[in-house]
Design a protein around this ligand. Structure first.
Ligand code: NAD
Length: 476
């Protein structure tokens, strides 16, 4: 049981202004595993004031100085990998080994990536007679979700600090313990007071206070499209910059010449990772009509291999979902799919055998899904795959683009050039060609209602920078 009764504000562990707390629940046991402060407006005010006061000197540090801090944070995360992996496996439910590799490995790498990038990033450029300078946006409010909690924090905090911004972080109330570990690491790295601040609490209270705050220059938000719309509305009051990373309903388009077994396997892996609680999950598998039966059979067989169980047991491929609310939501969608006439090929709404406790659901595959039905249109955020048959390539592209989202996707073909052509027609920010791997140096973000920001690599650093032109008087 990890109890935190202080917030990290102005370089110090500070008593919160309110007296309430929030319980953090272990996804597998349903027991309380931690407690954090339920922040209030006054905590946000204090944190923003600290970030504002720290901005002038932090923004004037050299890229090399900032890189040295980021490297120290990277080392701190590395040293605490085992402990933080256990925290996230408990909070989110991802199997421990995977949690170590992904949930801690990725954020550690992100801090390293930005430390390195600062060595070569061009903050100044001569354009005609002007000197164009990249300057930090200012005070950043970072609001993050629970599914890859520390990855999403790192994807904001590392580039914001690299840019010379100061930060107030409001992590998810569902998986916040890892953020306290990060704050401890940042403190130990000796970051100047006020440069990084942590305030926990509920979105509609502290999240909204941060978004509305006139002294916050930019909000970087990752979460649901519903909350993202609210953030946009509230931020407009002070015309602050807003970067949104929102939901998805990504399609994996398997073309008729693809290696079907590899494509189905790749799609299912990209759908079920983290029990489907991945914004870029490939939740719609589009197959040519002529290959439908074979693809459905392969999907059914592969799904049997996705054992569900204790994230700390070492055997299970899938752990529980993160919360009771999430389990409820996913079960409702599975019921909805059955009501709407999709063919249930695997899984279903009942708890997996022997797992009545913990927020477990069965990996579920629906066949013959109507592309306009609810389960093919809305983000489920659970291990639920919809197989959709298409007539020809144009129809496949139309279906792939036929939701309000546009975050990610995949295209499978023996002919890489053909796959690339189809990928270019998909209105989404990231498309995997034949299962191409996730790359921290490439931009990640959405088209349409999946958002408007880009994270990771140098593109993620750009988000936290403004342009300034110095108009020089031509010589001679
Ligand atoms: P959520 O929108 O409920 O919450 C996300 C964060 O926003 C939390 O910290 C929450 O407290 C806060 N929040 C909620 N309402 C708010 C409000 N009115 N004002 C300000 N802050 C508010 O999302 P979630 O359930 O934590 O996460 C799952 C969602 O996140 C899914 O839709 C998923 O697709 C999306 N997601 C997107 C990406 C991406 O990069 N595009 C990555 C991961 C998750």
């Amino acid at each position: 049981m990890q109890v935190h009764d202080k917030l990290y504000i102005n370089g110090q562990w500070t008593a919160p202004a309110g007296s309430k707390s929030i319980d953090v629940i272990n996804a597998a046991t349903e027991e309380v595993m931690g407690r954090i402060p339920e922040g209030v407006q006054a905590d946000i005010d204090a944190a923003v004031a600290a970030a504002r006061a720290a901005f002038e000197s932090w923004s004037a540090t050299s890229p090399a100085e900032r890189a040295a801090y980021l490297s120290k944070i990277q080392e701190g995360l590395k040293a605490r990998t085992d402990e933080i992996s256990r925290l996230i496996a408990g909070e989110v439910g991802m199997p421990l080994k995977l949690a170590g590799m992904i949930q801690v490995g990725s954020p550690t790498a992100i801090f390293g990536l930005y430390a390195k990038l600062l060595g070569s990033f061009g903050f100044e450029e001569k354009v005609g007679t002007s000197l164009v300078i990249r300057e930090p946006v200012g005070v950043v409010g970072a609001i993050t979700p629970w599914n890859y909690p520390l990855h999403q924090i790192a994807a904001k905090v590392a580039p914001a600090l690299a840019a010379g911004c100061t930060v107030v972080l409001k992590p998810s109330e569902v998986a916040p313990l890892n953020a306290f570990a990060l704050a401890e690491i940042i403190h130990a790295a000796g970051l100047p007071a006020g440069v990084f601040n942590l305030v926990t609490g509920y979105g509609p209270v502290v999240g909204e206070a941060l978004v509305k705050h006139p002294e916050v220059d930019m909000v970087s938000f990752t979460g649901s499209t519903r909350a993202g719309k609210r953030v946009s509305e509230l931020a407009s009051g002070t015309v602050k910059k807003v970067a949104l990373e929102l939901g998805g309903k990504s399609a994996s388009v398997i073309l008729d010449d693809a290696d079907l077994a590899a494509a189905v396997k790749g799609t299912i892996n990209a759908c079920f990772l983290n029990s489907g609680q991945t914004c870029s999950a490939h939740t719609r598998m589009l197959v040519p009509e002529s290959k439908y039966e074979e693809a459905a059979k392969l999907a059914l067989e592969l799904t049997k291999g996705f054992s569900v169980g204790d994230p700390f047991g070492g055997q299970a491929k899938l752990g529980p979902l993160a919360s009771a609310a999430q389990r409820e939501r996913v079960r409702n969608y599975i019921n909805k799919g059955m009501e709407e006439g999709a063919e249930l090929l695997a899984g279903g709404p009942d708890a997996p055998e022997g797992l009545a406790k913990g927020y477990y659901v069965k990996p579920t595959v629906f066949g013959k899904v109507n592309p306009n039905s609810t389960i093919a249109q809305e983000e489920i955020f659970g291990p639920v795959l919809s197989i959709i048959a298409y007539k020809d390539e144009d129809e496949a592209v139309r279906i792939a683009n036929g939701t309000p989202y546009g975050l990610a996707g995949g295209v499978w073909s023996k002919d890489e050039e053909r796959a690339k052509k189809v990928a270019k027609r998909i209105r989404a920010g990231q498309v995997d060609i034949n299962g191409g791997p996730f790359n921290l140096q490439a931009p990640f973000g959405g088209f349409k209602q999946s958002g408007n920001g880009r994270e990771l690599g140098r593109f993620g650093l750009d988000e936290f920078l403004e342009y300034k032109s110095l108009q020089l008087k031509p010589q001679g």
